[in-house]
Design a binder for this molecule. Structure first.
Ligand code: DGJ
Length: 725
């Protein structure tokens, strides 16, 4: 049992393998936050906080206590706490003061499913316990259920919130955070993953300051520009030392995550759906379910926090066949041909792929409608007979005959104004009736808050998938929402559209994915514009970035690994000069970077020289060996590209027997001294063979002295595969 309740003092103590999370009800009313961090062995820990102050704030408790000074568990709006609220509501009489009082609790073995939303899960009830704390605004009949799940073997606590209207009148929610945590101090750095198209999830680390600091998306997608993740790290925290608190939202739409440092130097962290442009009407008896927040505490630095997220997401977020099976090595034709392909070109690529050992050919954008450029046909999911006269069925068959599986690109959430779909249903896109429909890449966003639109997508995509032997789908999404409006919602419900879109999207994905269990789905949004746990619940891998340059990818993949496992990251070798940066990196470095993810190629295989073909064959063969453990291995980040000219990381199989490590140097420098690869996490007394080199070393030597790395020239890399003897 991971949850202890001290009934007489109303203390709630959640325990994971190495952490404790403690709450206490104060004055039989107020649910306060007591502690989150390293595990406490005493199960009850009823020592509640005493927060007194003389700080110009209205009083709730006795003359010394205001909620403004108290560490709270789920703070409310328009009350006596002036910090960022977790929940704001407007009642039917127009009043906005919310008062939540403790009502009751229940403990559930295991982890209940979240209705209509993606979430982490358990396979056995013994893996976790769930606590529900019920709070009520008794005056207005609003019930708030705070749900916490503590995993036994992982240092993870998940949270979500359900709001139920138990009154006879309408309640309008204006904010419902998934989690809010108060810390008694603000001695933290905040780590975030900002970016842009082609530069996703770079790492920023900033000292907390007074006031609010936050990341958010108002784009209708989790976005390239920010990620629904923040971590609070103690000032001295490194990769393997110090306290780190991670917050990640299992959601793909608008979110906000941040911290407020208050007048008493306390800090309040929150994560949840963005209150910007959000409201949700609850009629009598209706309920609202928030997305799930995944909170990870590590007392051993950032690396351990990341590995905890990786394990959880690999095993208890991702579902289906490819959770446990190795992922195929693919070649995607996008950077090879863009829109300029025909059946013979694709079959030719498949033939070449087979000769190199590549297992899957993905036909990207341009196979449908009359699409020869990006200005038409999205929504018309039937084959472009000018390019593919024998259709997708025949093309897939011919690709299969070459010994290669066939995969296909879709962008189901979009419609081109120049499309049969748009001509038939001009009101099916997100728009405001009397305003210009603002296009991006000549396309509009379909309004997935509407059931009939979702049904159309499910049918259109399923029809294609059922018509041919399709083993893989790349699900793209290439614009953010603008001119927000839905023809399917009345005036009062317009602000529900962005969240209703997400619910529609998740429903569409669930229906398509569950009816095609053998298909491997890879999500994409102009590269990594929707790299979030919400999408990973449906699709086990994401195209990490449209920037395929090996050097750029060091930063992107390193930053992405802060939260997401490498089994989630699509990574391809592309042509040089690179199409995004113009850089000419060695084939070896391009291969080594891509092998630190879900490996593939994204170039014209026909253009390889004979020498390059031999190198590619060797890359493919070595990845086939590596992937049996690398895709499920623990990752250790050793040198950060954000701190210098070198990057290094290492992967250890779950049983500790297989190791893959890679060391990269971006630019050549002269007389820089010796570079060494110092391994971590090995068994000091064991002997390890360096595969392919006929050498072996003790774990102690590999960890303490390391192996010398010799580089010559720019864009260099070196990898090692170790086997424990
Ligand atoms: C954006 C994706 O990120 C690319 O990989 C490619 O699929 C294009 N869309 C196709 O339009």
């Amino acid at each position: 049992m991971a949850i202890y309740v001290k009934e007489d003092e109303l203390v709630f103590h959640l325990q994971t393998k190495k952490t404790s999370y403690i709450m206490k009800v104060l004055d039989e009313k107020y649910l306060t936050h007591v502690y989150w961090g390293r595990k406490m062995t005493t199960p009850d820990m009823g020592n509640a906080q005493i927060n007194r102050g003389i700080c110009f704030a209205p009083i709730n408790y006795d003359w010394r206590y205001s909620l403004d000074f108290v560490c709270q568990e789920y703070p409310v709006g328009c009350g006596t706490d002036y910090r960022v609220p977790a929940i704001s509501a407007v009642y039917d009489d127009g009043s906005r003061t919310v008062e939540l009082e403790y009502d009751s609790y229940i403990v559930i073995s295991g982890k209940p499913k979240l209705q209509g939303l993606p979430a982490t899960y358990v396979e056995e009830a013994t893996e976790a316990d769930t606590l529900e704390i019920i709070l009520k605004d008794k005056v207005k009949g609003m019930k708030v259920v705070l749900q916490y799940t503590a995993y036994n073997e992982l240092d993870v606590i998940t949270r979500n919130v359900k709001v139920i209207n138990e009154s006879n009148a309408r309640i309008t929610l204006e904010k419902v955070a998934s989690a809010s945590v108060d810390f008694e101090h603000a001695q933290f750095d905040m780590i975030t993953l900002p970016g842009a198209w082609g530069r996703e999830r770079h790492i920023e680390r900033n000292s907390l300051r007074s006031g609010i600091q936050s990341v958010e998306s108002r784009r209708g997608a989790s976005s390239h520009q920010a990620n629904p993740f923040i971590a609070l790290a103690s000032k001295n925290a490194t990769e393997d030392y110090g306290d780190v608190y991670g917050f990640n939202l299992v959601y793909s739409g608008n979110y906000s995550a941040g911290v407020e440092v208050d007048q008493l130097f306390k800090s309040r962290a929150w994560i949840g759906i963005n209150a910007y442009d959000f409201s949700w009407i609850l009629e009598s008896g209706e309920e609202f379910q928030s997305p799930e927040a995944v909170m990870v505490y590590s007392g051993e630095g950032l690396g351990e926090m990341s590995r905890t997220y990786h394990r959880l997401y690999r095993k208890r977020l991702v579902r289906g066949r490819y959770r446990d099976e190795v992922r195929p090595i693919l070649v995607n034709n996008w950077e090879a041909t863009y829109f300029g392909f025909d059946e013979e070109k694709i079959v030719g690529l498949a033939k070449e792929a087979a000769a190199l050992g590549i297992e899957l050919l993905v036909l990207d954008d341009g196979w449908f409608g009359k699409r020869n450029s990006d200005n038409c046909s999205l929504g018309d999911w039937y084959v472009n007979k000018d390019k593919l006269p024998n259709g997708i069925t025949e093309l897939a068959k011919r690709v299969n005959e070459e010994g290669v599986k066939f995969g296909l690109w879709f962008e189901p959430e979009m419609v081109s104004p120049d499309s049969d779909l748009y001509r038939a249903h001009p009101d099916w896109c997100i728009h405001v009736t009397d305003r210009k429909r603002t296009e991006c890449r000549s396309q509009l966003t379909l309004d997935l808050s509407r059931k009939e639109v979702c049904d159309y997508i499910v049918k259109a995509v399923s029809d294609v998938l059922d018509s041919a032997n399709i083993a893989y789908v790349k699900w793209d999404m290439n614009r953010h929402m603008s001119a927000l409006g839905s023809a399917g919602l009345d005036r009062e419900h317009q602000k529900e559209m962005p969240h209703r879109y997400m619910l529609g999207l998740y429903d569409v994905m669930e229906r398509i994915v569950s009816s095609h269990p053998d298909v491997l789905f890879e999500s994409c949004s102009g590269g990594g514009g929707r790299f979030d746990p919400g999408i990973l619940y449906y699709m086990p891998q994401t195209w990490t970035s449209d920037d395929t340059d090996a050097v750029e990818r060091l930063y992107i993949q390193y930053g992405t690994s802060m939260v997401y496992p490498i089994s989630a990251m699509g990574a391809h070798v592309s042509a040089v000069p690179n199409h995004q940066s113009g850089r000419v990196a060695s084939l070896k470095m391009r291969g080594d970077v891509a092998m630190s993810g879900n490996f593939g190629y994204e170039l014209d295989l026909m253009k390889f020289t004979d020498e390059e073909k031999e190198e590619v064959k060797a890359q493919v063969a070595s990845y086939k060996e590596l992937r049996t453990f690398v895709q499920s291995a623990d990752m250790y980040r050793l040198e950060s590209p954000f701190e210098g000219n070198t990057t290094a990381w290492q992967f250890i199989s779950e049983d500790g027997n297989d190791i893959f490590a890679a060391y990269f140097r971006i630019l050549a420098k002269v007389n820089m001294g010796i570079f060494r690869m110092r391994f971590v996490g090995l068994d000091a007394d064991a002997t390890y063979e360096v595969v392919g080199e006929n050498k072996s070393y003790s774990g102690a030597e590999l960890m303490n002295i390391g192996l010398v790395v010799d580089f010559w020239g720019d864009y260099q890399s070196r990898t090692w595969r170790l086997k424990k003897l």
